[in-house]
Design a protein around this ligand. Structure first.
Ligand code: AKB
Length: 312
């Protein structure tokens, strides 16, 4: 049977690029973008959908014969802190609706994004392993951890084919992030290319795991396309590409834009970042389904500047 794909939350930073990538392979007629907004500037099929509306989700899946769902609907870390009840509801009730429909046999495969936010202040900070102390203290992290456990539960009890990765901070030039703690690493490029100085909301030495969006989309596609027997973890896989702090990123940008200046005024997002790992060990993803990044930090900076130059 031909695959028919539904992306939920497709107007976010990952959703927009994932839509483009999936359309390239499955054809625009076989990929449906959806989000809560009534309409969208999407080149392809778009449906208004609130993942919390299970009846509407069910009827869309039935009407279209959807086989795969990518459920990206979530409030990111900084936004979720401001609206804990809705952050939790969207993450957990939304995924519950998708898992239930898969359990009932209406969907064949699910992708669910987790995050380095599942880790917390008691987790080892360097080379954080796949399995370790996991005690998140953010709304977003608590939701992502609970979602991971539900995914594993539905796989073990009902054989639901659900797969996922723990995204680090994602940096791309095609779409903008919103509401995340790692967003500074995208915004900084816009200021640098406009000839403006950048005021960073994290301290100069806050090191975080990061990844080029192109690599993140490839990881997402690769884990979904891997043979089921290679997916030995049904929580979510650690994936890693590079780590840097704002000072190191600014220095690399200065190699291309020598006049660029950065200042630091840490705000509430510093508290979130301080609880996250500085680097990630992703051995399991590499061994089980062959994950390997393409971009390192200098490569990412070169690529961002080249592609954003005309846009900005
Ligand atoms: C965020 O900062 O909230 C996200 C993430 C690391 O999941 N980019």
């Amino acid at each position: 049977m031909a695959e028919k794909v539904l992306i939920i939350g497709s107007l976010g930073q990952v959703g927009r690029e994932l839509f483009e990538s999936l359309c390239g392979d499955y054809g625009v007629e076989n990929v449906i973008a959806s989000d809560v907004k009534e309409s969208a500037d999407i080149k392809g099929r778009y449906e208004q959908l609130d993942v919390l509306d299970k009846d509407r989700l069910y009827s869309l899946i039935k009407k279209e014969g959807v086989t795969q769902v990518y459920n990206l609907a979530a409030l990111l870390s900084a936004t979720a802190e401001k609206n804990p009840a809705f952050g939790w509801k969207l993450t957990i009730d939304g995924q519950f609706n998708v898992l239930e429909l898969a359990k009932e046999g209406h969907i064949k495969k699910i992708f669910w994004p987790s995050s380095i936010a599942v880790f917390g202040p008691t987790t080892p900070k360097q080379q954080t392993p796949q399995k370790t102390v996991i005690e998140p203290n953010t709304v977003y992290g608590i939701g992502k951890l609970a979602g991971e456990m539900w995914n594993q539960y539905y796989h073990e009890k009902f054989n639901v084919d659900v797969r996922g990765v723990r995204y680090p901070g994602l940096i791309g030039w095609k779409s903008l992030p919103g509401g995340g703690t790692t967003d500074y690493a995208v915004d900084i490029f816009y200021s640098a290319l406009r000839g403006e100085s950048f005021d960073c909301f994290l301290s100069h030495d806050t090191s975080l795991p990061m990844m080029h969006m192109e690599d993140a989309i490839r990881a997402t596609r690769e884990i979904m396309e891997a043979p089921a027997e290679n997916i030995k973890l049904r929580t979510c896989y650690n994936i890693s590409a590079m780590n840097f702090n704002p000072q190191q990123l600014a220095k690399e940008i200065k190699n291309h834009i020598p006049n660029f200046e950065i200042t630091y005024h840490p705000d509430y997002r510093q508290e979130i970042a301080s609880t996250w790992p500085a680097s990630i060990n992703d051995t399991e993803a590499r061994v089980h389904w062959g994950w390997k990044e393409k971009y390192d930090m200098p490569g990412l900076v070169r690529n961002m500047i080249k592609n954003l130059k005309d846009k900005v």
